[in-house]
Design a binder for this molecule. Structure first.
Ligand code: GDP
Length: 304
């Protein structure tokens, strides 16, 4: 069994990859306090000392539409540093294979839908998350450059919008799914007549349960080895308004939904073409309704 390093242990994705790999011999993890991946020297020393063979580079500074707007410098700087340090140190120390995760927001704001991998860098980005997107595009290009120049087996997977246990439920910085779970839950407890959500409710998004993503990443680590990026999603989307109705049902809230159009909508539609991944033989297993209910149970247990 290979020695596997999961970078990003405490994040939504990293914790799911660790759950998926648990029991695997030689699983190597570090918290952010133990290893600061924005620190080049510390990162190099870690790789030289531990010599992992496989690396899941799923560490990133992440956040929802409002966090991206509030912290552009941190989103750009921290993500560039993490990617540059980990990819270079992994190659230098002789890692056999590295998997890097990007995001569906790397694609142009007005990319044809569903979005295919070849739409990368064919148009302007969505301004609400371009800082994060530019950093993630740099990470993809690092993987491609190290493969071309050094023959380093680095691959890049592009997950769609994710949700699940371990998500960030802070209303200012979270993504839409945890924000809605929390807002509907708190409104139900307080007996509030309505819940206000951001934007117009019309944007369309695709949601993948993070356990499905973790399963896909392990699958790709084993089966995929090419320069081309590969989308990971369900290929199905719904409007934010429809999502609100599903979350309201899962929480059991009876009040109304109001929209605050002074908050940004972001890109009008973001749904992945997942035919390349499907053709390799992988498909998601967690249905959206069931995934929302499970995430709500997790939230109730871990809220404190
Ligand atoms: P995006 O996919 O990069 O736009 O990231 P988000 O998950 O933050 O937002 C998705 C959509 O949900 C956007 O259209 C938001 O305006 C909308 N939305 C509605 N209510 C909320 C909320 O309370 N928090 C967040 N983050 N988004 C919300």
């Amino acid at each position: 069994m290979a020695k596997i390093y999961v970078a990003g242990l405490t994040g939504l994705v990293g914790s799911a990859v660790v759950r998926r790999l648990v029991g695997a011999e030689g699983l190597l993890v570090r918290t952010m306090e133990e290893l600061d991946l924005t620190d080049q020297r510390a990162t190099r020393e870690f790789f030289e000392r531990e010599r992992p063979e496989e690396v899941y580079l799923v560490a990133a500074r992440v956040g929802g539409i409002q966090a991206n707007r509030a912290y552009p410098a941190e989103f750009l700087y921290q993500n560039l540093m993490i990617e540059a340090n980990v990819i270079d140190a992994a190659w230098r120390s002789g890692v056999k294979k590295l998997l890097f995760t990007g995001s569906s927001c790397i694609y142009p704001k007005l990319a044809p839908q569903p979005i295919r991998e070849e739409h990368l860098l064919t148009g302007p980005l969505e301004p609400t998350n371009e800082w994060y997107a530019v950093a993630k595009i740099a990470g993809i290009k690092m993987c491609q450059a190290y493969r071309r120049q050094y023959g380093f087996r680095a691959i890049s997977a592009m997950p769609t919008n994710l949700y699940g246990p371990g998500d960030n439920f802070d209303l200012e910085t979270s993504h839409v799914m945890p924000a809605l779970l929390r807002k509907f839950h708190e409104a139900k407890r307080a007996g509030a007549p309505r819940v206000t959500v951001w934007g117009t409710g019309t944007p369309r998004r695709e949601f993948l349960h993070v356990d499905d993503l973790a399963d896909a990443l392990v699958f790709l680590m084993e089966r995929y080895d090419a320069e081309e990026i590969i989308n990971v999603g369900t290929g199905e989307d719904l409007t934010i308004g429809e999502l609100c109705a599903m979350v309201r049902d899962a929480v059991g809230y009876a009040g109304e939904i109001a929209y605050d159009a002074s908050m940004p909508d972001g890109t009008p539609r973001k749904v992945m073409d997942v035919s390349r991944l499907r053709a390799l033989g992988w498909a998601p297993r967690v249905g959206l309704r069931e995934g929302i209910e499970a995430t709500y149970r997790w939230y109730l247990e871990h809220r404190a």
